[in-house]
Design a protein. Structure first.
Ligand code: PMV
Length: 360
């Protein structure tokens, strides 16, 4: 399959106006995507847990325009007009126009809100872009006679990827793979797929408590970050390693081997940061409190035999991952020992979720 598969045939129905609302979750990668080729094609496959509580809810209103020149849209965040979001949406529209040829026919109002604090350092691009892609697919569906559900989701993921790579893992499923991998049937560089193999029950209700260490603006944008992998001295080895790690993690997910899960997930997080520390220019995205938390987690594990572990995004916040059967003990540990390292003591309790939902 190539990109052209997603270019639609002429639409069969005409629609004057309408409104759709979707809620879409954030996700946290276990094997990280870091580095991309042209057209948002990942350099390596990745896999993520879908989150349940950190979501973006987007309503898309659309009405037919007189002339179909240029894109016409407004963006609102929490009810307030947000013109600084417009360039990102404009870039997204340009990238997906060939796949959604109706984009210039309508005026769009995009109303969006997040269930997590805006300036929490939690990336809203995955949940935001996937929610927008789903709303746009609802428009396409209204313009088409038939659109199969599986295709709807697949194309939404394809479109979301063009907005923000990791957004293509925020559509459907508790564990999602994006990027071609030899052992994952159906995996593709063009969209995310539900992890197709049996997953051990221990992972079905996994917990993720996000410790907000630094709620500031991202020090390095994803675009710049991915760009740093071009010509990076360790890039090719890293891409190979991600393939190997996904093979190994896949086995771990099926067997429920928590010790291996812990070491693979933590190693992936530190590798992501090592890539940033060893690029040119170089960055340290962890803060002193990130390291304090990591050391506390390691000590706690050593002392108690707990299977709690951490992962990181491209920032200072820490995702604390643990099985449901440790929830009480780990939350106590977080409250007693880790909250002190969070900005204003803030953290978010989340757990593995199942994907996006249509609201209207
Ligand atoms: O989707 P982007 O371009 O914002 O990249 C996200 C990259 C990481 O979050 C650091 C890793 C990942 O796989 O989600």
């Amino acid at each position: 399959m190539t990109e052209t598969y997603f270019i639609p045939k002429p639409y069969t129905t005409s629609v004057e106006s309408g409104c759709f609302t979707w809620s879409s979750p954030s996700n946290i990668a276990l094997v990280k995507y870091w580095g991309k080729k042209k057209n948002q094609i990942p350099e390596n496959p990745s896999i993520s847990f879908t989150l349940n509580e950190c979501k973006t809810i987007t309503t898309l209103r659309f009405s037919k325009k007189q002339h179909s020149e240029g894109f016409s849209f407004e963006v609102f965040l929490d009810g307030k007009q947000q013109d600084d979001f417009k360039p990102k949406v404009e870039t997204f529209f340009k990238r997906v126009e060939v796949y959604l040829p109706f984009l210039k026919d309508y005026h769009f109002t995009i109303e969006t809100s997040n269930t997590f604090p805006h300036s929490s350092g939690i990336a809203s691009s995955a949940s935001g872009m996937s929610a927008l892609a789903l709303c746009l697919m609802s428009v396409e569906s209204a313009l088409s006679d038939t659109l199969e559900e599986a295709f709807f989701i697949q194309k939404a993921s394809f479109l979301a990827r063009l907005g923000s790579g990791s957004a293509c893992r925020s559509l459907e499923g508790d564990l999602v793979v994006w990027g071609k991998h030899e052992a994952i049937q159906g995996s593709s560089n063009l969209y995310g797929v539900k992890y197709p193999l049996e997953v051990n029950t221990i992972f079905k209700d996994f917990q993720d408590t996000i410790l907000l260490v630094d709620k500031g603006e991202k020090q390095v944008s994803s675009t710049v970050g991915h760009g740093l992998m071009h010509g990076h001295p360790f890039a090719q080895e890293r891409f190979k390693q991600a393939h190997k790690n996904l093979t190994a993690l896949s086995e771990v997910l099926q067997k429920g081997d928590l010790d291996s899960f812990v070491s693979m997930v933590e190693s992936e997080a530190l590798t992501l940061h090592a890539m940033m520390m060893t690029s040119m220019p170089y960055f340290i995205l962890m803060k002193p409190n990130t390291l304090e938390i990591i050391n506390k987690i390691w000590n706690f594990r050593k002392e108690t035999g707990s299977k709690v572990c951490f992962t990181l995004d491209a920032g200072a916040n820490v995702h604390v991952l643990y099985p449901f059967n440790e929830k009480e003990v780990v939350l106590k540990f977080i409250q007693n020992e880790l909250v002190a390292y969070c900005q204003n003591g803030q953290y978010i309790c989340d757990q593995i979720g199942f994907g996006a939902n249509k609201i209207e």
